[in-house]
Design a protein around this ligand. Sequence first.
Ligand code: IMP
Ligand code: MG
Length: 177
Amino acid sequence: MVEEETQLKELISSAEIKERLLQVSRVLDEKYYGEELVILMIMKGAVCLAADLIRTLNMKLSIDYIRCSSYEGQERGDLTIIGEEYLDLENKNVLVVDDIFDSGVTMDSVVKKLKLKNPKRMESLVLLNKLIEKSTEYRPDYTLFDVEDLFVVGYGLDYNENYRELPGIYVFKNSPE
Ligand code: IMP
Ligand code: MG
């Protein structure tokens, strides 16, 4: 992976992510003081963020997940949500966690669908919010970083299932091919 990293330029370092995650975790600790939270990961992109988040929060929590997929390479396809039929969110505080809020379609659809399960409160947290015109009204409640409209990888984000393991956020110097 080191050779491939030479094609990549670091946009956000793992230290920056860690620092920002601590800030947001303290906000969440205060907001949910004395309550329990379900960390609902959108797999697979949220894996790194959720794994770090559950260890920086100071509260009673549980984790659950759904799978969403809408990309093949950099091309957008139809959104599929898998696994929501197994979730029990009735009267629970739910924090939906995703890697990136791009067009907003994924998070908007997920939140709409999961609200039908009567949670007590439902909020959303994303690692990145792309600075583009959104196709939906919905906005995430918590964002770690705003990023330019570039295709990014690392810290859970992939290009054709590669690069998820990188510790920071990277952009391709040229085309990802
Ligand atoms: P949205 O539905 O357009 O908001 O897209 C959200 C999903 O698209 C994310 O959960 C990612 O899986 C994927 N995605 C969007 N932009 C990128 C990117 O720059 N790199 C990797 N995945 C991305
Ligand atoms: Mg995703």
